[in-house]
Design a protein around this ligand. Structure first.
Ligand code: ARG
Length: 457
C-alpha cells in the first residue's frame, strides 16, 4: 500500500522507488512518529473531527505497532517509502478502515517536521547531560591539581607557568559554553509545527495549541510555510555539535602531545590505548586521534545541510529529506566521542613531576623577573631588555634563571638583590597571579566554587 497513487496510471520504477525512499534511515523516527500521531488524533477527537471510539482504536493500534517494533516481532522492511507510510499501512492492517482517518488534517510535511524536532529535542538534552558528566570529571581533576605546576604555552613554546587545574579550567569553560548553546537551541526550536498541513494549514478546526501542549512544546509555530520548511534548528544544532567536536579535538591534540615520549605529561590507561601489529613497544592514543579525526565528519554534516538548504524555495522540497542521515550520524558520532573522551581522561594518569620539571625549564619565569625589576622602579621596556640579556647568557651557559648567582645578576643589572630567587620561583610566579581567571590558587578556588555551584544545577 502507498499513501498516494490515485492519480497515477503506472507503477513506480523500482530504481525511482529506491532512490526516493527514506525508510532505511527514517525508521529511526518510529517512536516519534507514533507519539506525534497519538497527540494528533487526541486533538482531532477533542475537536470532534474524530469520535472518541475512533481515537481509542487508533491509539491502541499505534501503541501495539510501537511495542511490536520494540519487541522485534514487527520488522521495518524496505517495501514502504518512509516510516510515515509504514506506520499508517500497518495501522490500517491492524484496525481496518478507522486507520484511514489517522492522516486527517495532516501532511507528511508537517509530520516529518514534527518527528525530526521531537527526535532532535531529546538528543539536545542527552548531549547536554553527557557534557555535564565530562565537566564533572574535569572538575575533579581541577580540585586535585591546584598546585600541580606545568608550563603554559603560546605558539607551542613555553610561555609562563600555570597549573594543571588552570589548564583543565580552560576546557571547563568551553564545554560550559557548549551546554549553554544547546540550552539556547532548545528554547528556540521548541515550537510545534504539526497542524501546518502541507504548507497552508488546513480547513479543519484543529487546536494546534492543544497538540503542542500534549507534546511539551512551548506553543505552535506561527507560519505554516515556515513550519514545514524550517531546518534552522538542525543547522544550529549541527553547528553546536561542530563546536563541541572542535573543543574535543583541540583537547585530544594536547593529550596526544602530552602522551608522547618527549613530553610524558600524561599516561593513557591501557584500557584506553591500542597497540601496533609490528612494533611491540607501542602504546598508541588511537581514541584521542579518532575523536580528532571524527571532527571532520561532523563539520561535513553542517556544511552539507547548509548547502542543501541554500537554494530551496518555500515551502517543502524533497531535498530536505537529506537532513536525516547526516544529522543522525553527527548525533551518534558526538555522543560516542564525548563518552569515550570522558572515560579516557578519567582513567588517564598525570605525571606531575614531569610537568613541574618542564615548567621550571624554558624560562617560563622570565616575565616575572622583568616584573621584579619594574617593582624596583625600572621601566618595563628596560626590564624586558635586561631579562632578555640574562636569558641569552643562561642559554650560552645551559642553565636556568634561578641558577644564576647574585653576582651574575648584578653584573647585568645592579638593581637585583637576593629576593630575586623568591620572586621567580614557580610558587611565586603562579601564586601571585590572583586576578579572577588567573592560575593563582586564591583565584582558582573562587572559580572552583562557582563551578561547584554550576554543577549542582
Ligand atoms: N521522507 C520525507 C522527508 O524526510 C517525508 C516528507 C515527504 N513529503 C512529501 N511531500 N513527499 O522529508
Amino acid at each position: 500500500m502507498k499513501l498516494w497513487g490515485g492519480r497515477f496510471t503506472k507503477e513506480t520504477n523500482q530504481l525511482v522507488h529506491n532512490f526516493n525512499a527514506s525508510i532505511s534511515f527514517d525508521q529511526k523516527l518510529f517512536k516519534e512518529d507514533i507519539e506525534g500521531s497519538i497527540a494528533h488524533v487526541t486533538m482531532l477527537a477533542e475537536q470532534n473531527i474524530l469520535t472518541g471510539a475512533e481515537k481509542s482504536s487508533i491509539i491502541l493500534g499505534l501503541n501495539s505497532i510501537k511495542e511490536d517494533i520494540l519487541k522485534g516481532t514487527l520488522v521495518i522492511d524496505g517495501s514502504q517509502e518512509d516510516i510515515h507510510s509504514f506506520v499508517e499501512a500497518n495501522l490500517i492492517e491492524r484496525i481496518g478502515d478507522t486507520g484511514k482517518k489517522l492522516h486527517t488534517g495532516r501532511s507528511r510535511n508537517d509530520q516529518v517536521a514534527l518527528d525530526m524536532k521531537l527526535y532532535t529535542r531529546d538528543e539536545v538534552v542527552k548531549i547536554n547531560l553527557l557534557l555535564k558528566d565530562l565537566l564533572t570529571v574535569l572538575h575533579e581533576i581541577m580540585k586535585d591539581n591546584l598546585n600541580t605546576y606545568m608550563p603554559g604555552f603560546t605558539h607551542l613554546q613555553k610561555a609562563q607557568p600555570i597549573t594543571l587545574a588552570h589548564h583543565m579550567g580552560a576546557y571547563f569553560e568551553m564545554f560550559k559554553r557548549d551546554r549553554s548553546r544547546l540550552d539556547d537551541i532548545y528554547k528556540r526550536m521548541n515550537y510545534s509545527p504539526i497542524g501546518s498541513g502541507a504548507l497552508a494549514g488546513t480547513t479543519y478546526p484543529l487546536d494546534r495549541e492543544y497538540t503542542s501542549s500534549l507534546l511539551d512544546f512551548y506553543g505552535p509555530t506561527l507560519n505554516s510555510m515556515d513550519s514545514v520548511s524550517d531546518r534552522d534548528y538542525l543547522i544550529e544544532f549541527l553547528s553546536s555539535l561542530s563546536i563541541i567536536m572542535m573543543h574535543l579535538s583541540r583537547f585530544c591534540e594536547e593529550i596526544i602531545i602530552w602522551n608522547t615520549n618527549e613530553y610524558q605529561f600524561v599516561e593513557l590507561d591501557d584500557s584506553y590505548s591500542t597497540g601496533s601489529s609490528i612494533m611491540p613497544q607501542k602504546k598508541n592514543p588511537d581514541i584521542a586521534e579518532l575523536i580528532r579525526g571524527k571532527t571532520g565528519r561532523v563539520y561535513g554534516a553542517l556544511v552539507s545541510l547548509l548547502t542543501t538548504m541554500k537554494g530551496l524555495p518555500l515551502a517543502y522540497n524533497k531535498d530536505m529529506q537529506e537532513d536525516k542521515e547526516l544529522t543522525f550520524d553527527a548525533i551518534d558520532t558526538v555522543k560516542g566521542c564525548i563518552a569515550l573522551f570522558t572515560g579516557m581522561i578519567s582513567t588517564m594518569k598525570f605525571n606531575k613531576s614531569a610537568m613541574e620539571t618542564s615548567a621550571k625549564n624554558g624560562f617560563t619565569n622570565a616575565t616575572d623577573a622583568a616584573d621584579y625589576l619594574v617593582n624596583k622602579g625600572v621601566p618595563f621596556r628596560d626590564a624586558h631588555g635586561i631579562v632578555g640579556q640574562l636569558v641569552l647568557y643562561c642559554i650560552t651557559k645551559g642553565i636556568s634563571l634561578d641558577q644564576l648567582t647574585i653576582t651574575e645578576y648584578k653584573e647585568i643589572c645592579p638593581v637585583f638583590e637576593n629576593d630575586i630567587y623568591d620572586a621567580i620561583s614557580l610558587e611565586t610566579c603562579v601564586g601571585k597571579r590572583n586576578t579572577i581567571g588567573a592560575p593563582g590558587k586564591e583565584a582558582m578556588e573562587k572559580v572552583i566554587t562557582i563551578n561547584e555551584e554550576y554543577l549542582t544545577k
